[in-house]
Design a protein around this ligand. Sequence first.
Ligand code: SAM
Length: 290
Amino acid sequence: SAVEVATPTRTRDIVKKYGFEFKKSLGQNFLIDQNILHKIVAAAELDGTKGALEIGPGIGALTQHLARSAGRVTAVEIDNRLIPILRDTLAGEANVEVVHADVLKLNLHELFAERFEGLSGISVVANLPYYVTTPILMKLLEERLPLEHIVVMIQKEVADRMAAKPGGKEYGSLSVAVQYYCEPSIVCTVPHTVFIPQPNVDSAVIKLSLREKPAVETRDEAHFFRTVQASFAQRRKTLMNNMSSWIGKDHRETLTSIMEGCGIQPSRRGETLSLEEFAKLSAALYDAGL
Ligand code: SAM
């Protein structure tokens, strides 16, 4: 359809026509800016051979753009009140399928097999509901979905944490988890004036390009992530103190020699360790049976 959904006038008209009331609890902030939409879609590097999974299409602002750029689009929306609206706003778009579901409860491997078979690549492109940003992204990454890129609008503070390098206060277990699977880059920051209704936080578009294999090799992946969690458990404590609260106070001497063997000073803080250092430390602890 030639009529753009994402303009202030059209969005207000649709909302009025259907008597739609925004649910804050579902993170409903609709985009009304064509410029931002172009930036999001350009970052996803789509073409007619690619598939796009959209999470939370709302009234179809982004979906419409994805339909024009990708071979196939599947849009998963939790709010049943939006399904008839999407049928209307996406009427002309033959390559779009709307699925009424909670994305967190959906078997995405199955959905991909049904919808994206034969395509040359799949990306997730979305303006995410902010209350479930991290669970959604962790589901996409941990389930090892065959994705090329994840381009999402999220809270700016969360985007900064995902892209943070070691040493700063934004670097934490979320940074490590995201960077283990992806190369992150911030596409742009977004003022709250481009949404209806306006959220009370700043937003950013982040692009996560999936790595062919994880950034570091681990002896045991679950142990690696437990080591990371434990290192950040109490941010103001040293690595030694966090490690010994996790492993046990009676292991302090062993811990000291393991850390020194990895070239990591026990007096450092978790937030200064690179992914390589976390992997080294986890492997050494694991090999020592800790
Ligand atoms: N894509 C639209 C846009 O940019 O204007 C709407 C974005 S709005 C920030 C988030 C959307 O996600 C809403 O339509 C909301 O109903 C939907 N949503 C919230 N939780 C969801 C979930 N668990 N699964 C699928 N969709 C969800």
